[in-house]
Design a protein around this ligand. Structure first.
Ligand SMILES: CC(C)(COP(=O)(O)OP(=O)(O)OC[C@H]1O[C@@H](n2cnc3c(N)ncnc32)[C@H](O)[C@@H]1OP(=O)(O)O)[C@@H](O)C(=O)NCCC(=O)NCCS
Length: 153
């Protein structure tokens, strides 16, 4: 997580954090310029979400995370959101996403927020925030979901 945060800040991309006491307990990072590198940055998160990654499945997962043409460009991309397990379920993820949406609404350029995720739990989390699945790609025993929320405001 620390390495990802440092890389994200070095790239000059927006990052939101929840700090309780002296601990960072949640982060959300977005980028406005989709790069091929982001697929490689996504991989560790995907590997963690896929319990038994078969050899060769990493490539299939990378292919599955390719941004679909149906996603309007430009869009803000949610690169990562994570809340420490012991702080989950207290509304922090929702609050981090509210900051992401406010950032999007403050800029006339992005058409909305785009993200890639895996898992029914995550799908429910984003659907409750208004996201819709634009494309679902089966790969390596999971379904990679491409989700989008049009810009509000
Ligand atoms: C996804 C994540 C950021 C959500 O953060 P959180 O602080 O637990 O979320 P919140 O407490 O704000 O929950 C908001 C709503 O989503 C629901 N929700 C959150 N995680 C959920 C899950 N895994 N399954 C089903 N519902 C979920 C909550 O029940 C809540 O619903 P409510 O408003 O009706 O009570 C957090 O679970 C996490 O860090 N997961 C691990 C990393 C990850 O998978 N990130 C997403 C990669 S794309």
């Amino acid at each position: 997580m620390r390495a990802w945060v440092e890389g994200h800040l070095r790239a000059g991309e927006p990052l939101f954090g929840v700090v309780l006491g002296d601990r960072v307990v949640g982060v959300a990072g977005v980028s406005s310029s989709p790069s091929r590198l982001r697929y490689f940055r996504l991989l560790p998160a995907l590997v963690r979400l896929v319990p038994a990654l078969r050899p060769g499945a990493a490539l299939a997962l990378l292919r599955a995370t390719r941004r679909p043409p149906a996603i309007p460009a430009p869009a803000l991309t949610l690169d990562k959101i994570a809340v420490l397990p012991e702080f989950q379920g207290r509304g922090l993820g929702r609050r981090l996403m509210a900051h992401v949406h406010a950032l999007c609404a403050s800029d006339p350029e992005p058409a909305g927020v785009y993200l890639v995720t895996v898992g029914e739990g995550n799908r429910s989390f984003y659907e409750a925030l208004g996201y819709r699945t634009v494309r679902a790609v089966p790969a390596a025993g999971v379904t990679v979901l491409h989700m989008f929320l049009p810009r509000l405001g």
